[in-house]
Design a protein around this ligand. Structure first.
Ligand code: ATP
Ligand code: MG
Length: 448
């Protein structure tokens, strides 16, 4: 509330100088929707820019984050303070805009640069009056995402992803005309960071991330940035295991199941990306034999390759290790829990970067079918097995120090013995016995 108190202070001084200060953008929308909001954006009208700077200087240390666009921050506060401006696209990229700051432009003209009617609401900080120049309140009531202005909407292609992202977060529908305009836009010049931000919001903030991809599909806009998801459309799956239809439908159901579990994930973003990418490989491995049997053997290995290329394109190197590990192993828990081979399960957990998230992914994958079955029993078995693995890891096992005391020196053979020892440990062989094995092996080699 510290930020809000500062916003009120600014508003009071602006008002004393004949101007008005509004809350704008997401925070007005979220308040009407009864949702929590993080950032406060304010727009100051009807005073000169120099006067605003003077007021801000009297209240704190001014950071000019975009002084030439009339955008400021105060040090220590999370408030974006802006003056009304007009934007006109001068190129294909997100940032290729000509910007004119004009504090006297009027409320409607200022709101015109915003993307959607629900994001174009303005609320006077001091009086509480809401200025709704484009019917945003009705659209919020009708759960509709509608662009503000026919001419300017297409100037920023990021709005295509923003529409899909908001649709998934709020479970709103996108107005048909907005869909039509969006379907004509060229998305290729967008910066990957901006696209990723929208994807991230859909994956982490939405109860139904499926709506993000389904909206892009309705706009015919999957191909530029999410070709791998588009490639899943129409890919068959065996009907007896997947009554929900093609791999695209299955992936959408898995994403929605995963969204319910992500609060429990150790790394929610990696987990959600793995849910999105886990079956990418089915697009290239799925075959139908002469009896009509559908198979996609080893698809998880192809999924790894395709996911890696996808993450490289979005420059997400830091997430790669965990996402690829989850994608590679996603089938294993559900294949192995009923075989109940303790040794294989121990080896699986050992390969896992984050076994807890793998169990959640296996759950989402299993429930992401039309034929929802109860997964709790399976999860219980998996968690018990993981607990056994963790207990096993607490028991002493052969270390480099042990090998040195047996007279070995670090090198290729040394690492082989370490791996060999670890393998025996996973099978439950006690450390002393492992050491005896190794020592006997060394003696045998020396006597040859
Ligand atoms: P979120 O809850 O995701 O932050 P938001 O609506 O606050 O939603 P921001 O990206 O923080 O989204 O932007 C703040 C406001 O700025 C928006 O509500 C919208 O009015 C305007 N805006 C942001 N990006 C664009 C854009 N690409 N085109 C037009 N208006 C935009
Ligand atoms: Mg915001």
């Amino acid at each position: 509330m510290r930020d809000m108190d500062m916003a009120i202070k600014i508003a009071k001084q602006v008002s004393e100088n004949g101007g008005r200060t509004f809350l704008v953008g997401g925070c007005v929308r979220d308040e009407i929707l009864g949702k929590e909001t993080k950032d406060i954006d304010i727009e100051v009208h009807n005073i000169e820019i120099e006067k605003l700077i003077e007021i801000l200087n009297s209240l704190g240390e001014v950071k000019k984050i975009g002084a030439s666009f009339g955008v400021f921050n105060l040090k220590g506060y999370d408030i974006d303070i802006a003056m009304p401006r007009k934007e006109k696209s001068s190129g294909r990229g997100h940032r290729d805009f000509e910007i004119y700051v004009d504090p006297f432009i009027g409320y409607k003209e200022a709101a015109k640069r915003r993307d959607f009617t629900m994001n174009a609401l303005m609320k006077d900080i001091l009086t509480g009056e809401v200025i709704d120049s484009f019917g945003g309140i009705d659209d919020l009531k009708n759960k509709t995402i509608r662009h503000v202005n026919d001419e300017s909407f297409c100037e920023d292609p990021l709005r295509v992803f923003r529409a899909a992202q908001f649709a998934s977060r709020f479970d709103f529908k996108i107005d048909q005309k907005t869909i039509d305009l969006s379907s004509k836009m060229d998305l290729s010049a967008l910066a990957f960071e901006r696209v990723f931000e929208e994807l991230k919001k859909a994956l982490l903030k939405s109860d139904k991330p499926s709506v993000f991809f389904e909206s892009l599909r309705d706009m015919n806009q999957l191909s530029t940035w999410f070709k791998e998801v588009e490639d899943l459309i129409g890919v068959n799956q065996p009907k007896e295991h997947h009554p929900e239809g093609d791999v695209f439908n299955h992936t959408m159901l898995v994403l929605n199941q995963a969204a319910k579990l992500r609060k429990d994930a150790k790394d929610p973003l990696a987990f959600m990306l793995a849910a999105m990418c886990h079956d990418f490989g089915k697009a290239v491995t799925t075959k139908i034999d002469e009896n009509g049997k559908v198979t996609s053997y080893k698809h998880e290995l192809e999924s790894v390759k395709i996911t890696e290329a996808f993450l490289d394109r979005l420059n997400k190197v830091n997430l790669k290790k965990e996402v690829l590990n989850l994608v590679e192993l996603h089938m294993r828990p559900n294949q192995m829990y009923n075989v109940a081979k303790k040794k294989s399960m121990m080896r699986l957990w050992d390969k896992c970067i984050c076994p807890e998230d793998l169990i959640l992914l296996a759950r989402a994958d299993s429930l992401g079918r039309d034929k929802i079955k109860d997964y709790d029993e399976i999860e219980k078995i998996l968690r018990a097995s993981l607990k056994d693995y963790k207990n096993l890891m607490k028991k002493p096992q052969v270390t480099g120090k042990d090998l040195i005391s047996l007279g070995l020196k670090p090198g290729e053979e040394f690492s082989k013995y370490i791996q060999f020892g670890h393998k025996l440990h996973l099978s439950g062989v006690p450390k002393e016995q492992v050491l005896r094995h190794i020592s006997a092996d060394i003696d045998k080699k020396q006597s040859l």
